[in-house]
Design a protein around this ligand. Structure first.
Ligand SMILES: [Zn+2]
Length: 69
């Protein structure tokens, strides 16, 4: 059974350390690439949510206080 390995997406450094594999940690870059990827996805989702919220409140001002017919 082959040991799991982690290859750094930035420098292609390969690690077989279980913790490095689990966290996507590169000892050469000293970066947690998995956490960075998750953070990038979270920021992208947050930006998308903000854009959606911004578009949702751009209603014409004169329609909000008009009584329903
Ligand atoms: Zn690296």
């Amino acid at each position: 059974m082959p040991r799991p390995s982690f290859i750094c997406p930035a420098c292609q450094h390969t690690s077989h350390h279980p913790a490095d594999v689990e966290y996507g940690y590169c000892g050469r870059c000293q970066r947690y690439t998995r956490a960075e990827a998750a953070a990038a996805r979270a920021l992208a989702g947050l930006a998308a949510a903000r854009a959606h919220a911004a578009s949702a409140i751009e209603w014409p001002n004169d329609s909000s206080d008009r009584a329903p017919q």
